[in-house]
Design a binder for this molecule. Sequence first.
Ligand code: PLP
Length: 401
Amino acid sequence: MQKFDPATAIQRLDGRDANRGVNPAISDSATFTFPEAHLMTETFHGETEGYFLYSRHWNPSNLALCQALAAMEGTEAAWCTGSGLAAITCALLHEVKSGDHIVSSMTTYGGTFAFMANYMKKFNVETTFVNFQDLEAVKKAIRPNTKVLYTETMNNPLLRIANIPELSKIAHAHGAKLIVDNTFTPMIFSPYRLGADVVVYSMTKFINGKNDCVAGAICGSAEYIGSLIDVNNGTCMLLGPVLDPMRSSSILKNLHTLHIRMQKHGENAMYLAKRFKEVGFKYNYPGLPEHPDYELFCSMMNKGYGFGGMISIDMGTADAASRIMEIMQKKGVGYLAVSLGYFKTLFSNSGKSTSSEVPEDIQKEMGMSEGLIRFSMGLDNDIEATFQLIKESVDEYNAGK
Ligand code: PLP
């Protein structure tokens, strides 16, 4: 496949005329004027270009962000939502009707799992959860009424990598769509270019990188994005989860530093993985050759952005994980908090937090230890010092046992 550089794609997006702000002006309006009445009607029917109707549909600030997101993903278009879960739920709801079926990776963010396992039942939409590393199991789970295959590129929290090209072939052979959540790995992977039909993001995480808001995005073909905001049948237009334009303009500014942040998050996680290995911690990081998906990762990645900022260690029990996280927070390693992609290191015990919606038997089946501490590595300048604090925290816990 041809080399693709998401950061350069964003950078080359638009030239600016002299005498204009370097950042697009913030469009602080819910509704927009038309010079002639017929243009309003035509815009309602999606027959115009360059006109804005109402901010739930489109807004100039949201459009500027979405054009940059589409450039990053190599898609024709994108649309931004008020949260990552809004992007996921709208993308799923848009594909299914009562009686349809979804095949999903067993390992996903807990909220996504709960939406498919519980909430979708209200609409008589059933989901079969399978191990997406086992492509034969995915094929077997498909039924005549399967409309969607759903996965995360790097899954939460086990950090397994989905084989997007193969999954896309399986989906398309059965007339289903492949929807991929790329929240953990923006720029590192370009799922649409690898064969996915729709790419969703929680922009709350790496893309924004500041932990000052929740936001999401849906990326795909122009036709698909147009259908999401169709005034008669569009799931986004009719459920209304649009992102506020003030936020989209601040996220756009942060998007322009995403490539540097991803490189640094990845560099720090890689350093820790090597140090964890040296001292014999039970660690999990997909950037080292002993990870089962290392070769798959290398075959799909855009080079130059590293292997991601997510890394985990297994402390055996939930009690050990809790105590070690408390000590690490006191020592200043980072914060005991959910979420990821922040400039400071965040850590949490997945089984008791972001995956707590997943029943314990399924957690066991997917191979998630109750003592798993998931780290989202920050932009630490002295990562050896951070490693030493983590090691001291573990030693302190072991000494007090
Ligand atoms: N996707 C992944 C992989 C996540 O970790 C999260 C976490 O919250 C979400 C989606 C949901 O995003 P948000 O919190 O922005 O709704």
